[in-house]
Structure formats: structure tokens, C-alpha cells
Design a protein. Structure first.
Length: 308
């Protein structure tokens, strides 16, 4: 392990530096130091790759791991996978009347935007996306690029500009979810709404934590309590918060608007609930035979990569 690529982080909800270690390796055997804050129950990576390492990963490596089809330029994933964004917004009855400006943060190769463009054809579409390959695709779809990264100051030029902002499985990737949500607050119109979906860490079902759920790219592991605390700190008001539906049982999705900044709700039971659930699942996964299987799998993966 190369230590110079790592940085230490404190809790984004309560600013404490008081955590308990959950694991050190996650999906693909990559370094994934999941910890849980003993004060407020937020789970996050600590230490984690530094900014430079993450930028390199998202620009050059992410597609190889997570979007093999982007580079091959073959068929797109089934549209149904993205459909819930519009359907959930529509069914909520919270979509603004005259939608003009739509921003998709973390658009990938534009699957979600393509569907939204069909449903709301008269709006202008904007995106923030780090992958070089995906940015080319988005530009070819007439999507205006605000930048490659949520950490740049894109918000200064777009104060009160957007009717709808989409963040589908992106908040869990960010370096600082509070500063990201503060920017979202700045660029939303007063009657604008944001749709946010993240993996639900109280409902991971049969997913294997060590082989799939815990990922080097997931810097945060939210549940209803920690996500609400992030919003309180950022001045975001929750209109809808649901733990899964017929489209996806393992997803926590919310619809929010601008609100007032409030203090986070710090409760020790939030720590206990999350910790016990992780422990119970990991105990099942960390049997001798599972450890062995994992070792063999990563050895094979490693030897394939070395050959390339
Ligand atoms: Zn905390």
C-alpha cells in the first residue's frame, strides 16, 4: 500500500474524529477503510485516497471497472434502470410546472438524461461528469458541461438557476457531501427541487459487503439518519425520503428543496443501529471458506491485470 496516496478525514456530520473500523478492503480487493463515527453513526472511508488519486481513478480507471460498455461503445444498459428518476419525481407531484433548466450531477454516459430529455423535451440540460469518455458522449447529446467535478466553483455563476437537479448514486462518491449539498442549495431556484438517490446502508439485503457493497469509490455510506443530518447541515429541506420501492429495494431516495441550516441530530442509537447491522452481516461473510474464496478471486484478478 502506498501511504502517500491516502488522507485522513473527520466526520462530515459531527466533525468528531472518533470512529470504529469496519473493514480495510472492499470490492475488487481495493483499499476500502470503512469506519463508523461513534458519535453520530455516519459511516465513511478513513483514511481514503487523496483527491489526486481519486481524480486519476475517475478520469482514467473508473470506466474499466464500472462501465466496460462505455469504452467498447456497445449497447447501453436497459432504460428501465434509469426510469425510476423521472417516474418517482412525476409520481411525487413535486415537479415544477415550467421546467427550463435541468442539471444532472454525475451523468455517466447520459442514460438518465436521455430518458429525461424524452419526457421533458423543452428544457436545457447541463451535466457535471469526470469521465473523459462520458463527457464526449454527453457533449454529442447537446448537454452543456458545467465541469468535471463537484468540487470546482461551478455554483458561483448559476445562483438560483436550476428547476431540477438530479444526483443519482453520486453523493456517496463525494469528498465532502455537506459542501456539495450547499452548492446544490445555491444553484436551486426557490421552488426548484433536487432528486437524490444513494445506496441504503440499512437495507443492503443479500449484497456482499466485502465483495460488492463496500467500494473504494464510495467515500460515504448513508442511511436515513445520516443523510438527513447532511441535509440539515447544508440547509436542505427534505420533502420525500423513501427506503426503497418496487424499482429498487436497496436504494434510499429523496426529493429535497432549499431550506434553513439546522444543527445535526446527534444520537448514539444511530451509531448502534448501523454498527450492529454491519457486524451481523460481516460475521456471516468472514468465515474461513469465504476468506479463502476471496483470496483466490483477488489473486486471479491480480494476475489477469499483470498480464495486460
Ligand atoms: Zn459523526
Amino acid at each position: 500500500m502506498n501511504n502517500e496516496n491516502f488522507e485522513h478525514v473527520i466526520c462530515a456530520v459531527c466533525d468528531a474524529d472518533n470512529t470504529e473500523k469496519i473493514c480495510e478492503r472492499g470490492q475488487f480487493g481495493l483499499p476500502t477503510h470503512v469506519v463508523i463515527c461513534k458519535e453520530c453513526g455516519l459511516s465513511y472511508l478513513n483514511p481514503r485516497w487523496n483527491k489526486e488519486r481519486y481524480i486519476h481513478f475517475y478520469e482514467k480507471e473508473y470506466d474499466k471497472y464500472y462501465r466496460p460498455n462505455v469504452q467498447k461503445n456497445t449497447e447501453r444498459a436497459g432504460i428501465n434502470y434509469y426510469q425510476p428518476v423521472y417516474e418517482r419525481l412525476y409520481e411525487s407531484g413535486l415537479l415544477p410546472d415550467n421546467i427550463q433548466q435541468v442539471l444532472d450531477i454525475g451523468s455517466g454516459d447520459g442514460n438518465n438524461l436521455e430518458y429525461l430529455m424524452e419526457k421533458i423535451p423543452n428544457a436545457n440540460y447541463y451535466a457535471i461528469e469526470p469521465s473523459e469518455e462520458c463527457r464526449k458522449t454527453l457533449t454529442s447529446m447537446d448537454v452543456k458541461m458545467l465541469g468535471s467535478d463537484v468540487d470546482i466553483n461551478f455554483h458561483e455563476k448559476f445562483e438560483g438557476f436550476f428547476d431540477v437537479i438530479i444526483m443519482r448514486h453520486v453523493l456517496e462518491h463525494f469528498a465532502n457531501p455537506v459542501s456539495a449539498m450547499q452548492k446544490v442549495r445555491t444553484i436551486l431556484k426557490d421552488d426548484g427541487i433536487a432528486y437524490i438517490a444513494v445506496p441504503n446502508n440499512l437495507k443492503f439485503g443479500n449484497s456482499k459487503l466485502l465483495d460488492n457493497w463496500f467500494r473504494v469509490v464510495h467515500t460515504y455510506y448513508f442511511n436515513v439518519h445520516s443523510l438527513e443530518n447532511i441535509f440539515r447541515k447544508s440547509g436542505i429541506k427534505t420533502l420525500v425520503m423513501e427506503e426503497g420501492d418496487e424499482y429498487n429495494q436497496k436504494e434510499l431516495f429523496v426529493i429535497v428543496k432549499k431550506g434553513d441550516v439546522q444543527e445535526a441530530n446527534i444520537k448514539s442509537e444511530y451509531y448502534t443501529i448501523q454498527k450492529e447491522l454491519f457486524d451481523k452481516k460481516l460475521k456471516k461473510e468472514k468465515t474461513l471458506i469465504n476468506n479463502l474464496k476471496r483470496r483466490i478471486k483477488y489473486d486471479i484478478l491480480q494476475s489477469i491485470k499483470t498480464k495486460k
